[in-house]
Design a protein around this ligand. Structure first.
Ligand code: ATP
Ligand code: MG
Length: 567
C-alpha cells in the first residue's frame, strides 16, 4: 500500500538555481571534457538530517540534470567520533530518498596511504614541517585577521629532520598532542586558514575501517579537497562556511595537480528550520541523554525520524526543490516542510476512520445481532484507489469532542435531541445521555433512521453534521502517538546564554492508548500511510504488534500553528 521505493534516481529538481548557471558556463567553456561529477560527502558521526537531504537532492539532482554522476563519499578522517552504524544509516537514508550512487561508494580513509604520501611530498618540497608545540600554543600564535601570526620556532627544521619526525609519528613513537604536521604556507596571510594549518595529527584511536593501522590521521581540510581531486569531481558543492577554506583547498590541489583539471568548489547556504536544531552534535546530545527515543524518534529532524513520522521521499524532495538553492543564509519555516508532506499524503494516503478519544453510542433501534457492510471511498483524490467495506453494527464509537451535552447553536455535531450523519452510514439522533456515578458521560443512546442509508434522510430534512465513527465490535484497538514540535522556541540554538535544551517542549509527545480504528488497518504494514478522516495523516509505527498496532500522526489535516498565530 505504501508507495514502494524503486531505488532508481528520483526525478531531477525543476527549479533553476545559480549553480546551474556556473555549471552551464563551465560546460560552455569546454571544461572537464564536458563531465559533471558531484559527490555527497557526509562525515559518519551521526544520522543524516533534513539539511543533509537538501544537499543530497542538490548533488544527485545536478548529476541528473546534466547526465553526470554523483559519488557517495564518507569523510571518515576522525576515528574518535565515527561509527559503522552511522555509515549504514546514511546509505539507507540516501537510498530511501530515491538516489543511487551505483558503484561509486568511497571512503576518505581509502586514501589514507595516498594522503600520507602527499604529506611526505610536501615535507620533501619544504612545504610542511613537524611542530612540537601543543594545540593551544599553535592556536595562540595564529594571530587575528587583523594581526599576523607568529612563526613557530620549529618552522625551519630541515627536510631530513621533518621526514624523520613524521616517520616516527607514523610509527606511533609519540603520544597524542606531542607533535603535529603543519603545512608551511604563510603566517601573515589575511586568510587565517592559510596560516600554516595543521594537516596531520597523532591519534591512537581505532578507525572503523582501518582499525589500528594508523597512529596519524589527516585533518578534514587536508583530505576533503584531495579526495574530490582523486575522484574526478568537477563540481564540489558545499555549504557557505567552507568558502573561506577554498584558498587552502586550492593550494593543496595546486601542489598535487598533474593536468589543468581541478574540482570547482561552489558554496550554497545551509538549510535552517524554525523550531528545530540541526547540528549532529546537538542531535547526538538529545539521543545520548534520552531526551528522545533515538535517532529515528519521529520528533527528530533526521531523515530516519521523518521517515518514521510518515514523511515520504517525494515530500522531502519537493520540499528541497521548493526552498531552492541560494547564497543567502536564512531560516525556513518548518510549516513549509509540513505543507509538503500534507500535500503529498493527500494524494496517496488511504482514508480510514479512527476514533482517538472514544465515546460509545448504542443505537437502540438497531437489531442486536445485525451487521451491515457499508462502502467507503479510499481516496477522493484518486479514484483508482477504489472503495472498501466498512462494517456497521448496533454499537459504535464516536469522538468525545463530537458530542456536547449543552451545545451552542452553531455546534453541528451531536447533542441531546440533535441529529448527525455517521460518515458513509445513517443519520442518528441522540435520545439519552448515560453517566456514571461521578457524572461523567459514558454512553449515548441514539436511534437511527433506517431510510437514511447512503446520504439522504427519509423525509428530506437537512442534517449538517457528519462525524466519523467505528463499529465497536469490529474496531481494532490501537495506540496513537501525537506529536508536537520538539522545541517551543523558533530558534532554540539561537540564544547566547541559554542552552537549546531549555526550550524543549514538554508536550511534544502525547500517547493515546484507547483508540479504535476501522478493521481495514489490519492489512497495514509498518510505515504505511493513512488519513484518519478529520484527524490527520498517520502512519503505522514499526513498534506495532499484531495485538497492538501503533500509529504516528505525521501531521494534522491543517496547520494548527498557523491558525493559533492568527488568533
Ligand atoms: P552538522 O553541522 O549538522 O553536523 P555537517 O556539515 O558537519 O553537519 P557533514 O556530514 O559534514 O555534516 O555534511 C555532509 C554534507 O551535507 C556537506 O556537504 C554539508 O555541506 C551538507 N550539509 C550539512 N548540513 C546541511 C544543512 N543544514 N543544509 C544543507 N546542507 C548541509
Ligand atoms: Mg562536518
Amino acid at each position: 500500500m505504501a508507495e514502494k521505493n524503486t531505488n532508481t534516481n528520483a526525478e531531477a529538481p525543476k527549479r533553476a538555481n545559480f549553480i546551474h548557471a556556473q555549471i552551464d558556463a563551465d560546460l560552455a567553456a569546454g571544461k572537464n571534457d564536458n563531465r559533471v561529477h558531484t559527490r555527497f560527502p557526509p562525515e559518519p558521526n551521526g544520522y543524516l538530517h533534513i539539511g543533509h537531504a537538501k544537499s543530497i537532492c542538490l548533488n544527485f539532482g545536478l548529476a541528473q540534470k546534466y547526465g553526470g554522476k554523483t559519488n557517495l563519499r564518507f569523510d571518515d578522517t576522525n576515528p574518535s567520533k565515527e561509527e559503522t552504524e552511522y555509515v549504514e544509516s546514511i546509505m539507507e537514508d540516501v537510498r530511501w530518498l530515491g538516489f543511487d550512487w551505483e558503484d561509486r561508494l568511497y571512503y576518505a580513509s581509502d586514501n589514507f596511504p595516498k594522503l600520507h604520501a602527499f604529506a611526505v611530498q610536501l615535507i620533501e618540497e619544504g612545504k610542511a614541517y613537524v611542530d612540537d608545540q601543543n594545540a593551544e600554543t599553535i592556536s595562540e600564535q595564529k594571530g587575528t585577521p587583523q594581526k599576523p601570526g607568529t612563526e613557530s620556532p620549529f618552522r625551519n627544521r630541515s627536510v631530513q629532520t621533518n621526514l624523520d619526525l613524521f616517520e616516527r609519528m607514523t610509527m606511533g613513537e609519540f603520544n597524542e598532542g606531542e607533535k603535529v604536521l603543519r603545512a608551511k604556507i604563510d603566517m601573515a596571510s589575511p586568510n587565517m586558514h592559510m596560516r600554516d594549518p595543521i594537516i596531520y595529527r597523532i591519534m591512537k584511536a581505532e578507525h572503523h575501517r582501518t582499525g589500528n593501522n594508523w597512529c596519524v590521521y589527516p585533518m578534514y581540510d587536508f583530505a576533503h579537497g584531495q579526495c574530490d581531486y582523486w575522484e574526478g569531481i568537477t563540481h564540489s558543492i558545499c555549504t557557505l562556511e567552507f568558502e573561506v577554506h577554498r584558498p587552502l583547498y586550492d593550494w593543496f590541489i595546486t601542489q598535487l595537480m598533474d593536468s589543468d583539471y581541478r574540482p570547482r568548489q561552489i558554496e550554497f547556504s545551509r538549510l535552517n528550520l524554525t523550531y528545530t536544531v540541526m547540528s549532529k552534535r546537538k542531535l547526538l546530545e538529545l539521543v545520548k541523554d534520552n531526551h528522545v527515543r533515538g535517532w529515528d524518534d519521529p520528533r527528530m529532524p533526521t531523515i530516519s525520524g521523518l521517515r518514521r513520522r510518515g514523511y515520504t521521499p517525494e515530500s522531502i524532495r519537493n520540499f528541497s526543490d521548493k526552498i531552492g538553492v541560494t547564497k543567502v543564509d536564512g531560516m525556513t519555516d518548518v510549516s513549509l516542510l509540513e505543507f509538503s508532506v500534507r500535500d503529498h499524503l493527500n494524494k496517496i494516503a488511504q482514508r480510514v476512520m479512527g476514533v482517538l478519544d472514544p465515546l460509545k453510542v448504542v443505537i437502540t433501534n438497531y437489531p442486536e445481532d445485525k451487521e451491515e457492510i457499508l462502502s467507503a471511498v479510499n481516496n477522493p483524490e484518486d479514484e483508482s484507489m477504489g472503495r472498501r467495506d466498512v462494517p456497521f453494527s448496533r454499537e459504535v464509537y464516536i469522538e468525545q469532542s463530537d458530542f456536547m451535552e449543552d451545545p451552542p447553536r452553531k455546534f453541528f455535531r451531536l447533542g441531546p435531541d440533535r441529529e448527525v450523519r455517521l460518515r458513509y452510514g445513517y443519520l442518528i439522533k441522540c435520545n439519552e445521555v448515560i453517566k456514571d456515578e461521578n457524572g461523567k458521560i459514558v454512553e449515548l443512546h441514539c436511534t437511527y433512521d433506517p431510510e437514511s442509508k447512503g446520504g439522504k434522510s427519509s423525509d428530506g430534512r437537512k442534517v449538517k453534521g457528519v462525524v466519523h465513527w467505528v463499529s465497536a465490535k469490529h474496531a481494532v484497538k490501537s495506540e496513537v502517538r501525537l506529536y508536537d514540535r520538539l522545541f517551543t522556541d523558533e530558534e532554540p540554538d539561537g540564544h547566547k546564554d541559554v542552552d537549546f535544551k531549555e526550550f524543549m517542549n514538554p508536550e511534544s509527545l502525547k500517547v493515546l492508548n484507547n483508540c479504535y480504528l476501522e478493521p481495514f488497518v489490519k492489512t497495514a504494514e509498518p510505515l504505511d500511510h493513512f488519513q484518519f478522516e478529520r484527524m490527520g495523516y498517520f502512519n503505522m509505527d514499526p513498534d506495532s504488534t499484531p495485538e497492538l498496532p501503533v500509529f504516528n500522526r505525521t501531521v494534522p489535516l491543517r496547520d494548527s500553528w498557523a491558525k493559533a498565530q492568527k488568533k
